[in-house]
Design a protein around this ligand. Structure first.
Ligand SMILES: Cc1cc2nc3c(=O)[nH]c(=O)nc-3n(C[C@H](O)[C@H](O)[C@H](O)COP(=O)(O)O)c2cc1C
Length: 283
């Protein structure tokens, strides 16, 4: 039986993110899947210490709920992640957890053998104040080794007010059902709009000079055509930052290599750092 894990990132119980996640879970259950919900804002998730122990030993040095959450994420065939937009992007626990996803590089081979999909649900108060809601949630899903099956962008300012929009509630249910079909290989992912990144559905691009643009969420490149359409020039299977092969190369050819250089210079760096100790009073 397929397993769908739903992560909610709002402190508002039965608020908009919560009820839409529950509705998507009901849809997933109706498609025959096992479902589980966790509110990630109730978990103890610490800041990344930047020690990189996770990518060298497979274990984080922290003593929080990350181990439990990671085990559930690795086991899941599908992910539903639902979060409110705060100050133009998803609530901060999403970024806190994104910072902790480097370890997924160690599981790249294993995860690439399974079709794992994500449905992301972004809830904002107002349409033009959510430029990065779905984008960052999709990045979260990709960072944890899922492809993006679809996303739902909803708008409701007050707690639970989304329940006044029946069509959105129904859509959450339908997409939850579709997510299970997708991981079973029976449904296709969402078709990106012409101005959207085909990997992460980002609607934001960075200008690199001339007509060259780059998606800031997954780093694939393209060219902006006269018509306003972005023609992707990257190899989608190879060049996305989140593609399993790239995750492995990032680990082997960058993190491990920069570690060797750092260790060579460590004594010198430590010596130079002494200048900044409080007793030297430089400011
Ligand atoms: C601290 C805070 C910041 C917010 N910032 C934004 C924002 O930048 N853009 C927006 O459209 N809505 C914003 N909102 C509105 C929420 O996104 C909206 O109320 C959403 O429905 C909350 O979902 P929830 O009920 O699942 O918590 C903000 C709300 C709060 C409490």
């Amino acid at each position: 039986m397929t397993k769908i894990l739903a992560l909610v990132a709002s402190r508002r119980k039965y608020g908009n993110s919560h009820v839409l996640a529950l509705e998507a879970m009901a849809g997933a259950k109706s498609a025959g899947s096992d479902v589980e919900l966790l509110n990630i804002s109730d978990l103890q998730i610490d800041f990344c210490e930047g020690c990189l122990r996770c990518v060298f030993t497979g274990k984080c040095s922290g003593k929080d709920d990350m181990g439990l959450l990671l085990a559930k994420i690795l086991e899941a065939d599908g992910l539903i992640v639902s979060a409110p937009v705060y100050l133009l992007s998803p609530a901060s626990v999403i970024k806190k957890l994104l910072d902790r996803a480097l370890v997924i590089a160690l599981y790249a081979d294993e995860l690439s053998e399974r079709l794992r999909g994500a449905l992301t649900i972004s809830v904002a108060g107002k349409e033009d104040w959510s430029p990065l809601g779905p984008e960052i949630l999709n990045q979260f899903a990709l960072a944890y080794g899922f492809t993006v099956y679809n996303y739902l962008e909803a708008f409701a300012p007050g707690p639970g007010e989304i329940l006044l929009q029946d069509e959105v509630v129904t859509q959450a249910n339908t997409l939850g059902h579709g997510l299970v079909e997708y991981v079973l290989g029976k449904a296709q992912p969402r078709t990106p709009d012409p101005g959207q990144c085909p990997v992460c559905y980002s609607r934001s691009f960075r200008f690199l000079g001339g007509r060259n643009v780059q998606c800031p969420i997954c780093l694939i490149k393209g060219e902006l055509e006269e018509s306003g359409i972005i023609r992707i020039t990257s190899d989608l299977k190879k060049d996305s930052f989140w593609e399993p092969g790239h995750r492995k190369r990032h680990l082997e050819e960058w993190i491990k290599v920069t570690r060797v250089t750092y260790l060579k210079n460590r004594a010198l760096i430590k010596d130079k750092q002494k200048k900044y100790l409080p007793e030297n009073n430089i400011y």
